[in-house]
Design a binder for this molecule. Structure first.
Ligand SMILES: C[S@@+](CC[C@H](N)C(=O)[O-])C[C@H]1O[C@@H](n2cnc3c(N)ncnc32)[C@H](O)[C@@H]1O
Length: 215
């Protein structure tokens, strides 16, 4: 992921936004020291956005596609009400084991349900409605995830999709993954059943509200 905003401004934005708690800070450090592709971790700024969105939408039932080491699940769990729940899909056992070890140290372990396996299969067997979904897994499947997740969202529910600028490669897609993200963005903006805003935060975050009761 390339840095698209001046690093000093990014630091300033982080310093003037909500902060991760000590466990999240430890998890981020652990991920950077022990895992491949640690930049996949959601991090402080986007974590603050996720917590805000969970509270603003009053979400109780959250779906996550892409747990990794658990940063986004743990940060969203902080903003959930007592009876809230997160169902999180992950394919990689090592990532899930790290996530579990941190989740178990938090007060939220009973509220985060990890579903192992390819998310397309997991989603096909899930029942909604979900109030909020966070899409942050394999980019090649973003369009398929969209088709499966939208019917699982309640009308008015929110889909948050990460990496939608894909380091700027959406402007001139060359690789399969570049095209997959560009196709996803084209599909969403052309869908009359949703309202979308693509935020230029970090690697691009789309906020997509389901308007229709038809899907
Ligand atoms: C960008 S990371 C998620 C980052 C995470 N949301 C966080 O805040 O740290 C993407 C994760 O999706 C997982 N993943 C990739 N393909 C998948 C699939 N087909 N089904 C489920 N999980 C998948 C990867 O193993 C990886 O852990």
């Amino acid at each position: 992921m390339i840095q698209m905003i001046d690093p000093e401004l990014e630091k300033y934005a982080e310093a003037h936004s909500g902060k991760p708690n000590a466990l999240l800070q430890e998890l981020e450090t652990y991920t950077y020291e022990n895992c491949g592709q640690p930049q996949m971790v959601t991090g402080s700024l986007q974590g603050a956005l996720l917590r805000l969105l969970v509270r603003l939408t009053g979400a109780r039932n959250i779906l996550e596609i892409g747990l990794f080491t658990g940063y986004s699940a743990l940060t969203m769990a902080q903003a959930l009400p007592e009876d809230g729940k997160i169902t999180s899909c992950e394919i990689d056992k090592k990532n899930a084991a790290i996530a579990r070890s941190f989740i178990e140290r938090s007060p939220h372990s009973a509220r985060i349900d990890i579903r192992m396996g390819p998310a397309l299969q997991t989603l096909a067997n899930l029942n909604g409605p979900f109030d909020l979904a966070f899409l942050d897994a394999d980019k090649e499947n973003y369009c398929s995830y969209y088709d499966l997740v939208l019917p699982l969202l309640r009308p008015g529910g929110l889909l948050v999709a990460d990496n939608v600028l894909w380091s700027g490669k959406v402007l001139d897609p060359k690789e399969e993954t570049d095209r997959a993200i560009a196709d996803f963005n084209n599909k969403v903006v052309a869908d009359p059943d949703v309202e979308v805003v693509l935020l230029t935060l970090r690697d691009g975050v789309s906020l997509i509200q389901k308007l229709s009761t038809q899907r």
